[in-house]
Design a protein around this ligand. Sequence first.
Ligand code: BG6
Length: 459
Amino acid sequence: MKQFPENFLWGAAASAPQTEGHSSKNGKSPSTWDKWFELAPEKFNADQGPENTSNMYEFYADDIKRMRKIGMNSFRTSIAWTRLLPDGKTLNPEAVAFYRDYFTKMNEAGVKPIMNLFHFDMPWWLMEKGGWENRESVEAFGFYAKTAFEQFGDLVDMWTTFNEPMVHIESGYLYGYHYPAIHDFKKAVQVGYHTLMAHVAAVEAFRQVMPKGQIGIILNVSPAYSRSDEPADLKAKENADLLNIKSFLDPAVFGTVPEKLVTLLAENELLPVTEAADKARMAANTVDFIGLNYYQPGRVQAPTNPKQPAQDVSDLFAHYDWPDKKINPYRGWEIYPEALYDVAIMMRDEYRNIPWYVSENGMGVADEERFMDESGEIQDDYRIEFMIDHLNYLHQGIEAGSQCFGYQAWTFVDCWSWLNGYRNRYGFYRVDLEDNYKRTVKKSGHWFKELAERNALPE
Ligand code: BG6
């Protein structure tokens, strides 16, 4: 048996906008997702918008029982900023009652809540003022964070500020997958900087309100592997890691933006506007732990005809198709579990061995009902195999001394996923959209229960 550390967190992750549903009800104001769906529903797979997701707003009490049934001892989701503070200032009493009951029931069931504050759901009232482009967003987020700690700090002692900040930055300002779907590298960097300072403002509020709890940030890690050891390819790898990983990981852990990143941005005329007090504030507000979401690695090479100054990240590094890669045929993403070992070692050696956990890892599958047996259960052996492979490499990293304290899969029940709607299924439970969101456990749910109860992987 490959034993995991004592008190290891076994669980799953999700987010408020992807699971709560009721996104226009119970006092909640719209986020960019609600508005975007109203403005351009055709962008969303099968016209599926955020109003109806897995509707945990109604089903949370039974869902918590379902979590226990598959051995989960922890669950990370987020609070919806637009539900708690619909206009950014005034508390919504219904939201307070809902979240308090939700977190109380989790604690009673022995499912540790880890609460995140922002999972791509920018309030519309703030977006109308420029969203993360506007420096006001920093203090607005700090106020929201402080309010959440004050309202729920007695029920939740582990918090995170952002989920995958690089995703809303790139998807909103470079790639067109998130609102406002524009292409402007300079704005993307400014949005990134304000997001970083908003994270800092939230950590600062946390230290005032919650002397005992722990706070972290959740980052997507796609470690970059370079095509060759040629200097130009290695430079591409360095650029990719600086932008994708170190841009948030270094400030979160060390309180500083890496010098090399500052130089790279300066060379490309991309430096953001900052305020004099920012540096000291960042240095004073580092985190207690890190969450890392890992799905697939980055394969990079030197760009062929880069523009100087860079107009796009593709001028700083280019992607290449690694011929040996194994693909998830049901989602198209590369499967490379070895990277989890590399990530564990990176955290041990480059990030002062700070405690961290796998905050998302999972396998998305389109049209998953094709794997349903006669009893109605999804036989997702591919998902079990995927997770075993990743856990094996994670275990090696832990054996080598990396301080990983948990593994949370994406996700617990199939959930709505932005423009992809319900296309890619990831859950331990299937959700039937035709039958009032009925949940049915998949084979992976039974497997996860055994794993979590043994706290060990069979050899
Ligand atoms: C993660 C995000 O990176 O990927 C989730 O944190 C998202 O919010 C998940 O749902 C799966 O994405 P997709 O595109 O396969 O549905």
